[in-house]
Design a protein around this ligand. Structure first.
Ligand code: NAI
Length: 256
């Protein structure tokens, strides 16, 4: 059976995906802070390296797919460490294992917020691989009352990283498909708090209108991820796929 590593497998989208793949008889290796095969804190370089080493040991080096769902939405400089570096370093660390699969696939969780106003300095420091500079800038944004621009910066950086990386040496030429799935609003523990506050909910509905079917259950995002990391996906790579009920379309002119 195919074997997929899922970060953030203990909750929300990652958990829904793990359930779907296991129901099909596939193998899942979850990586999370709790309730997972591999317990690791992806906020630190040491935690990421330990996660990669543990996956390697547990799987004897055989991994077919990776989906990175670990992420946080609570505004803080930690977002840089978890959302961006916790994704990129795990993907790069597992790339040599993936390259040994007959049908290797990677999908990364971005967000509709990656299309929104972000902080260029945070985004560029991420893309340069300078974690401490990106965190220092995020601290500055937090102190300056702009912590809300950190999340979109990490998600925009992930989309750009994936587009660059998908066609770089060691990826497409090794048969590895690499895509981003960018949800709108998904009903998971990450968003529960937002719904408790009417004012927050109004802001969210204005920023992320979802004309097709409204807020998504995590299973809806998981089904798209499952396709992108399946053997059936032979030619989709380097894409940012919005699974957002049309939110992204409402934000840009139709002639693009
Ligand atoms: P969630 O909060 O339900 O699950 C996130 C998982 O990541 C949790 O199990 C958590 O323990 C794990 N995690 C957090 N920090 C970690 C760390 N330092 N090391 C290891 N694991 C860690 O969130 P949800 O909603 O399932 O989100 C999954 C991904 O989808 C995230 O990247 C999020 O940014 C993205 N997303 C979610 C949206 C939503 O509306 N829920 C919308 C757009 C994107």
């Amino acid at each position: 059976p195919r074997r997929t590593v899922i970060t953030g497998s203990a909750s929300g989208i990652g958990r829904a995906l793990a359930d779907q793949l296991r129901e099909r008889g596939e193998e899942v290796v979850g990586v999370d802070l709790r309730d997972a095969e591999v317990l690791a804190d992806l906020a630190t370089a040491a935690g990421r390296a330990a996660a990669v080493a543990a996956v390697k040991q547990l799987t004897e080096g055989r991994v077919d797919a990776l989906v990175t769902c670990a992420g946080v939405a609570e505004p803080s400089p930690l977002m840089v460490r978890i959302n961006y570096f916790g994704t990129v370093e795990v993907a790069e660390g597992l790339r040599p294992l993936l390259a040994g699969s007959p049908a290797p696939r990677v999908a990364v969780l971005g967000s509709i917020s990656g299309t929104m106003r972000n902080d260029e300095r945070t985004r560029l420091a991420c893309l340069e691989g300078d974690e401490e500079a990106a965190v220092a800038r995020a601290v500055e944004l937090t102190d300056g009352g702009r912590p809300h621009s950190i999340y979109p910066s990490t998600k925009a950086a992930l989309a750009e990283w994936a587009r660059r990386t998908a066609i770089s040496p060691g990826w497409a030429d090794a048969g590895i498909a690499l895509n981003v799935v960018a949800p709108g609003v998904v009903l998971t523990p990450m968003t529960t708090g937002l719904f408790e506050d009417d004012a927050m909910r109004e802001v969210m509905d204005a920023a992320v209108p979802m004309p097709l079917n409204g807020y998504a259950p995590p299973e809806a995002i998981a089904r798209v991820l499952a396709f992108l990391v399946s053997e059936d996906n032979t030619h989709v790579t380097g894409q940012v796929l919005y699974v957002d009920g049309g939110a992204e379309v409402t934000q840009r002119p139709a002639d693009l």
